[in-house]
Design a protein around this ligand. Structure first.
Ligand code: ATP
Ligand code: MG
Length: 230
């Protein structure tokens, strides 16, 4: 599904150019559940932005479903994101004072999906995320952090993406709620066959994936099977 070869990313903001990713190569098969782990500043989010077609690498190639994504225009990247990718960010980016259902169905508005179908698909995604039905019509600012995180996961699922990218999805949660969210990812992977890339700086969290890629100062230092917590 994913093949990155010798990817680099150089930022040119503020004086000296800074190479945040320094020649990274790996591939991901359909249906894998991978964690990308590394300390703060090691280049995880930078890599996720490239994998998520939010940004292009400075050099190197990125093939997603056999298509070279590294050379596409911004519009073409937007199409790829809409068709194939679901994002869960650490800062949840839900609209406040807006219902859960509306938050989840919003991406479909831009796709021109009719009203009724939007609601049905949003409800399906919310069920998959494990949020209790009673919260579906709550406003997003009336939810706990764990509930908000499930809404964010549902929103990432609603366009039926084959690839889910999650950047520190449990970063703001207590360990018990975090565990529930991680179990949700495991279910999405095992039962619905979604390919998942989970970014974290914690070994304990990374162990929920099947494979762990460790990154340090912009280079991969290890890539191996996890000891799997399930
Ligand atoms: N837009 C940018 N412009 C300039 N430098 C950046 C930019 N984004 C990130 N960096 C730098 O690139 C390096 C990697 O950042 P990145 O956000 O990928 O790290 P990270 O591994 O996700 O860290 P964290 O765990 O803290 O989220 C950091 O040194 C950061 O300061
Ligand atoms: Mg980050």
């Amino acid at each position: 599904m994913i093949e990155v070869k010798n990817i680099t990313k150089t930022y040119n903001t503020g004086g000296e150019p800074f190479e945040a990713v320094k020649g990274v190569s790996f591939s991901v098969a359909d249906g894998e559940f991978i964690a990308i782990m590394g300390p703060s500043g090691s280049g995880k989010s930078t890599l996720m932005h490239i994998l998520g077609a939010l940004d292009s690498p400075t050099s190197g190639s990125y093939f997603l479903d056999n298509k070279d994504v590294s050379t596409l225009s911004d519009d073409q990247l937007a199409d790829i994101r809409r068709d194939k990718i679901g994002f869960v960010f650490q800062s949840f980016n839900l609209l406040p004072r807006t219902t859960v259902i509306r938050n989840v169905s919003l991406p479909l508005v831009y796709d021109g999906v009719p009203d009724k179908e939007r609601i049905i698909r949003a409800e399906e995604a919310l069920f998959a995320s494990g949020l209790d039905r009673i919260y579906f019509s709550h406003l997003s600012n009336q939810l706990s952090g764990g509930q908000i995180q499930r809404v964010a996961i549902a929103r990432a699922l609603v366009n039926n993406p084959s690839l889910i990218l999650a950047d520190e999805p449990t970063g703001n949660l207590d360990s018990k709620t975090g565990e529930i969210v991680l179990n949700t990812f495991q279910k999405l992977n095992k039962e619905l066959g979604r390919t998942i890339i989970l970014i974290t700086h914690e070994q304990e969290i990374a162990e929920h994936a099947d494979r762990i890629i460790t990154i340090r100062d912009g280079v991969i230092t290890s890539d191996s099977k996890s000891h799997k917590k399930r």
